[in-house]
Ligand binder design. Structure first.
Ligand SMILES: Nc1nc2c(ncn2[C@@H]2O[C@H](COP(=O)(O)OP(=O)(O)OP(=O)(O)O)[C@@H](O)[C@H]2O)c(=O)[nH]1
Ligand SMILES: [Mg+2]
Length: 398
């Protein structure tokens, strides 16, 4: 799974990316700082079940801090997008293609309205962040419509002649765009186009279909960034105007400062927390102290920097992911080497347990016999939908 960080230039995408991954990609107060995609790994929080067993865990892929498991999520930060990008404007096309694998998009907007459509600095409040959301959606729709439409008529004729289903035709065209088959069926119905006769589709029909594909297969969330420069009611008003899209106020800059200060041992701070602590013996310079005092005020006003919350809302609510803990011994919750709850994986809620087995190891899926619930010790059949936080042992044929 991968999440794309998108938006117009100079809104704070790379800052948010750096804060979430603790990487160090370039950030600057002018447009097109990022010219190549940056990939990294962020993490979302879930309670670690080790407490239920009364033993410590032995984390492999997802570290455990005071009972909280930090489960990895891939993130891609791309160059800023400008109106007309689908037709190649700005760093247009290449950028869009870097987003093919993304399962959903966090769109970063400048809540303070202090940058124009192309990311150039402008007076605060002179640009409407809701407009950014609207045109970015059009760019994404146009991009998908173009992928659907490339040489469409010839393929559609062939497909009708062979009596193939239109879902098959579309699935073929949309490979690589990470759109699951059920989403294609859903988008076809929702767009109300004549599914039986793709040869009759107009460019407008394909556009409508692309809009539905975006809506069903690529969930979005808006990070109202630079919230340190606006008042909470302004973000509330933005949310009310962007009906159906969750809006999370973020201060990416502040989050980055906090995470780096915590990494350097200057403060104690866990991402997502409403506050940080300065150790009694903290050796902070006067400017560091002043910066942290400003961030403390921001935290008391907003409750948090919003950055971790934005990611988790995306993963758990928009993308409906749950975490599963595969083990090889359902009594002790260990793997073959005796490590307790070594791995934690994100999967779509309700995934059949056999498919979860495939994701852990393809052989486990192929030779699947049953899964065993680590809490109830009951056997689960292949199509049993996985629960959030499940501890599962997979039994496979030899
Ligand atoms: N006030 C304020 N400034 C921020 C915040 N987040 C980022 N910035 C600033 O916004 C500017 C742009 O940040 P970047 O992260 O480079 O923006 P970007 O969206 O990646 O820009 P491009 O790569 O050019 O598309 C920098 O000067 C950041 O310090 C924030 O929460 N508040
Ligand atoms: Mg950038």
């Amino acid at each position: 799974m991968e999440i794309g960080v998108v938006g117009k230039p100079n809104v704070g995408k790379s800052t948010l990316f750096n804060a979430l991954t603790l990487l160090d990609v370039p950030m600057a107060p002018y447009p097109f700082t990022t010219i190549e995609p940056n990939r990294g790994v962020a993490a979302v929080r879930v309670p670690c079940p080790h407490g239920e067993k009364g033993t410590a865990c032995t984390p492999g892929n997802a570290k455990c801090v005071e009972g909280t498991r930090w489960v990895p999520v891939a993130l891609v930060d791309v160059p800023g997008l400008v109106p007309g990008a689908h037709a190649g404007k700005g760093l247009g096309h290449k950028f869009l293609d870097d987003l093919r694998a993304a399962d959903g998009f966090v769109q970063v907007v400048d809540a303070s309205g202090a940058t124009d459509e192309e990311g150039r600095p402008a007076p605060p409040g002179s640009h409407d962040p809701a407009a950014e959301v609207a045109w970015l959606e059009e760019e994404l729709v146009a991009w998908i419509a173009e992928i659907v439409g490339r040489g469409f008529d010839r393929d559609a004729r062939g497909s009708e002649l062979d009596g193939k289903k239109v879902e098959e035709l579309l699935a073929g065209r949309l490979t690589g765009l990470s759109i699951p088959a059920p989403a294609i069926g859903h988008a076809l119905r929702a767009s109300g186009i004549d599914a039986a006769h793709p040869t009759r589709w107009t460019a407008e029909d394909r556009h409508r279909l692309a809009r539905e594909l975006l809506r069903t297969a690529k969930p979005r969330l808006i990070a109202a960034n630079k919230c340190d420069r606006v008042a909470p009611p302004d973000v509330g008003a933005l949310g009310a105007r962007l009906e159906g899209l969750p809006v999370v106020p973020t201060a990416a800059d502040a989050e980055l400062t906090l995470r780096r200060a915590a990494r350097a041992g200057l403060i104690a701070y866990r991402p997502g927390d409403p506050a940080f602590q300065e150790p009694a013996d903290a050796r902070l310079s006067a400017p560091q102290r002043a910066a942290l005092a400003g961030i403390a005020r921001l935290l008391s006003q907003w409750g948090s920097t919003g950055v971790q919350q934005a990611l988790e809302t995306m993963v758990f609510q928009r993308l409906n992911r749950v975490v599963v803990f595969p083990v090889e011994d359902e009594q002790h919750w260990t793997d073959s080497r005796g490590r307790v709850l070594p791995d934690a994986f994100l999967v779509p809620a309700g995934t059949p347990v056999r498919e979860v087995a495939y994701r852990v190891h393809s052989e486990l899926g192929e030779k699947f016999v049953r899964a065993i619930d680590g809490r109830t010790h009951r056997a689960l059949a292949a199509d049993h939908p996985v629960d959030a936080g499940a501890v599962l042992r997979f039994v496979a044929r030899r």
